[in-house]
Design a protein around this ligand. Sequence first.
Ligand code: GUN
Ligand code: ZN
Length: 447
Amino acid sequence: MNTFLIRGRVLTFLAEPKAIDDTAAWAYVEDGAVLVRDGKVVASGEYADLFARAGGDVEIADHRPHLVLPGFIDMHLHFPQTQAIASYGAQLLEWLNTYIFVEEQKFASRTHADAVAERFMDELIANGTTTAVAYCSVHPTSVDAYFSAAEARGMRMIGGKVMMDRNAPDALTDTPQQGYDETKALIAKWHGRGRAHYAISPRFAITSTPEQMAMAQALVAEHPDCYVQTHLSENHDEIAFATSLYPQAKDYTDIYARYGLLNERMLLGHCIHLSDREISVLAETSAVGVFCPTSNLFLGSGLFDRDRFDAAGARWSVATDVGAGTSFSMLETMGEAYKVLHLNGQKLTPFNSFYRMTLGNARALGLEDRIGSLHAGADADIVILDSSAKPAMEFRMRTATSLAEELFILQTMGDDRCIAETYVAGKPMKTRAAKCSAAAKRLLETA
Ligand code: GUN
Ligand code: ZN
């Protein structure tokens, strides 16, 4: 049995913080610890209590004075777009056609897919993200590359092959039957294997014919425990095009509703320009809107209206959306989320930001029993945060007087440099990945 203590300032959420002084929503222990055994949290709380409980001679990973939190969860990004971040000057549809549909063709090669999957997983870990929901390319081997790289690191990851049978280059399209058969085979191979979960992934209404949507509907009905992911209402031209392709639908949301795709496992990227009717449909069906602030700013898509979601009782979550999103860092993402909401006169408290990245996103996935908090029995996916990692942060932190202020500094000024360590199922993976890449570099230099 591998038992050890992670020592530091422990912060974990119990509920959604409704205000900056809603102290019942979180547990914070200044001299805290997490007792980990065989990749699971045994308990978290006061260091002295846990040290005594562990019998005294337990191994200690001492991370004082850093913060200890559950690993971050990223609800929407595109693994084949890892090398296409920062593609200049276009809004959604032009950006897809000019850059993304070119880049994704490279994933016909398993070698390329493997190489990018390795970098992708290490980048997530470097940024403290221990679970993510990603689109792969249309090629089934890209899904194999993705889940193999996740499995090698022991990560709980969600993903699936995109289904596209129109409005994309021939090299990136499947057919309704092929999309169904390949998805079915990938579910059989990966869903529930180790920590992998499958997401049925019709890319969006523009790239799927009604026949493919019907196939997606069949897949969802046959695999109710799989996630479903697609894009909704990101950009005005996209909305006009999508609704023109489905003239019977009341609006964009109704396209997905007509194919029975809206349920509590449906993750809908963006959801920026929705009518009140559409938001109420999301609330009724429990589908989850995914707010992607860096992407929405980068593509000039618009401003997510969180208050309308909350007022309607609709569920929402947060994500990077790499590669329209410009950073793998959930800290930077929440820094931009704050600014997007601010532009709409809405406030995002630092506690709500850190809740969203952890327990909030875990709840959106229905995985709060496993990830997103440090309760007994949870997976030991844990991030260690250094609030003074950059000189400018260290200087700013000298005047910080509260935990709220520290968290706000972290999300406003922080990035991967603030991630001192990332534990995946109890294993310290960030330093391990850094050591591996240093060794690989040395090998290259001596070759
Ligand atoms: N809509 C359909 N595909 C995509 C994509 O890859 N990125 C973004 N941001 N929106 C999309
Ligand atoms: Zn996306």
